[in-house]
Design a protein around this ligand. Structure first.
Ligand code: NAP
Length: 308
């Protein structure tokens, strides 16, 4: 029984050594040393090109090596093969750290002080209490809910918006397109953590920005195509939005001539908010694989019709 790992090369050795130690009976292979592809039953990969999947006649499960699956061409994976997304503490912790950092940097005016230092200006700004700010999270899934729970520790007012209504302590919850405007009305800082689907592509657009309080900030840690770039630039230039922190762009890498690079109120990071950590992900994937071998239901199988 073979598992093939075809993902992030620098982390392959950590995956292989975990499997060698904890599941020595499994034949763990790392691309491109894939051996006979007819023997591969489990695939751990970021993408699934159709011509590659077609070469795996015994494939039983496709494990996405990342939390999102928007990059996977579902039509390339035969319908009887479950697609499993990555839910693991390392990704969650990374996202919670990044979003906490971004929210606190906005809340405590760090970007203003970076500019003030460059201008050698000593200009203290007022420090409002966290309870005076409302943070809104779009997408209350494994990442969004963990982010909300952590932000609660700082005392922010919190709201979450989700496809189906979800209740979390200390969070005012909203659901569905009908409640989106109402949700946005109170968000001083908006965080995008919905998956990229046909329903959410381009959701960060002019209409959404105009529903936010004037001077709100945006943190996009979802996917680049959630955002309509021109609408963000317009909202920043009109003052409707004060700042944007973008970890994801469309395309990636962002071309050098893109206006976001030079914009003084756009802060960019190169899709590093969180990453799958082999040390915490490998045990979870192995448990799930063993469930499958025992004939039990796999965890975190995506619903192809919803797109996530
Ligand atoms: P998840 O557990 O599947 O949660 C997604 C949440 O979004 C669910 O609660 C879902 O609602 C909600 N949702 C889906 N479609 C919606 C819609 N049309 N309107 C409102 N809410 C909607 O996913 P996750 O693990 O939290 O990850 C979320 C996304 O984060 C990923 O898809 C990926 O794009 C992004 N991500 C980014 C990075 C990075 O480094 N920047 C790293 C990891 C992940 P229901 O509860 O009703 O299903």
């Amino acid at each position: 029984m073979s598992i093939l790992y075809r993902s992030d090369a620098p982390r392959a050795a950590a995956w292989a050594s975990y499997f060698a130690e904890h599941a020595p009976e499994l034949d763990f292979r790392v691309w491109p040393d894939a051996g006979n592809l007819d023997e591969v039953e489990y695939l751990i990969a970021w993408q699934a090109p159709a011509e590659f999947i077609a070469k795996l006649p015994r494939l039983k499960v496709f494990f996405s090596s990342g939390a999102g699956v928007d990059h996977v061409d579902f039509s390339a994976v035969p319908k009887h093969i479950p697609i499993v997304r990555m839910v693991e503490p390392g990704i969650i912790d990374g996202m919670v750290e990044y979003v906490s950092l971004a929210v606190l940097a906005l809340h405590r005016d760090f970007f203003d002080y970076v500019a003030a230092k460059a201008a050698r200006t000593w200009d203290p700004l007022e420090v409002p209490p966290a309870s005076a700010r409302t943070i809104g999270v779009m997408g209350m899934g494994s990442l969004g809910s963990a982010v909300l729970q952590r932000l609660a520790n700082y005392g922010f007012r919190l709201r979450g918006w989700n496809r189906s209504l979800r209740h979390l302590d200390n969070v005012e919850s909203f659901a569905g397109p009908d409640q989106l405007q109402h949700f946005l009305k109170g968000c001083d800082i908006l965080i995008c953590l919905v998956p990229l689907t046909s329903a959410t592509k381009g959701i960060l657009n002019r209409k959404l920005f105009s529903a936010l309080p004037a001077g709100a900030s945006l943190i996009n840690v979802g996917r680049g195509p959630h955002l309509v770039d021109a609408d963000l630039l317009e909202a920043l230039d009109s003052g409707q939005l004060s700042r944007a922190i973008l970890d994801v762009t469309d395309p990636e890498p962002l071309p050098a001539e893109h206006p976001f690079w030079a914009h003084p109120r756009v802060f960019l990071t190169p899709h590093v908010a969180s990453m799958t950590q082999p040390e915490s992900a490998a045990p979870i994937l192995l448990d799930n694989l063993r469930r499958h071998q025992r004939g039990e239901a796999l965890l975190n199988v995506i619903d192809r019709s919803r797109g996530y």
